[in-house]
Write a protein that binds this ligand. Sequence first.
Ligand code: DGL
Length: 273
Amino acid sequence: MSYQPIGVFDSGYGGLTVLKSLVGKLPQYDYIYLGDNARTPYGTRSFDTVYQYTLECVQHLFRKGCQLVILACNTASAKALRNIQQLDLPHIAPERRVLGVIRPTTEVIGHYTKTGHVGILATRGTVTSESYLVEIEKFFPELTVFQEACPMWVPLVENGEYQSAGADYFVQQHIDHLMRQSPDIDTLLLACTHYPLLLPKIRKVVPESITILSQGDIVATSLTDYLRRHPDMDAQCSKGGTLQFYTTDSPTEFGRQAGVFWGEPVEAEWLKL
Ligand code: DGL
């Protein structure tokens, strides 16, 4: 079979938190990671801009042989996924698939809460799209959902400042804002794939009784299930166990930053937009 990797896309480094879980659970597949570091963050950009950027990157991944692309970015999933699935794919690649991270998360979030009050931490774009409110209502209408936009968190991660004292300040600020909305919140969702890098700091300021959910394992479980239910697509994904990294910005910088997170050196290639 020819090289047909699973594409994993994010605006920057955040999607690596999802890729890590995918490789952990489904190591047999080939993967290509693409970070649009040249144009990150997406969370503060308009609907049209996020849609245009995401579509461009998906097309690049298609040209590299991907039959299946995961948008490992909530902002892109909120603002671009539906258009890509409904308007673009039928024309540009009817047999290929693009999946997001919001649906798999909202399908299971209700299983974690006892109080029925859940908190969503996300980018401004994801929060204002109201995608989480709409999707959770479909699966768990009994839940009460509280949202908090954390516009400083992605820049902290993208600039390698997620372990700094400055990060403590912004983590505390947004957790306080969210928890003030309801003292009964017992489940917090990190609804941005960058945020797990801030998890040690978030955990420190959130009471132990509160469950904090990251999306990596949820998405990996969901993809496993998807590939089992879609054997035709599974057959289209090559299984050589390889991993390639692309960035739209400096590959040296990507390798340095991503390597710290990945736990081993990462060699990236430049993808020219
Ligand atoms: N990782 C992206 C997300 O999940 C970050 C978006 C951004 O670039 O602001 O939303």
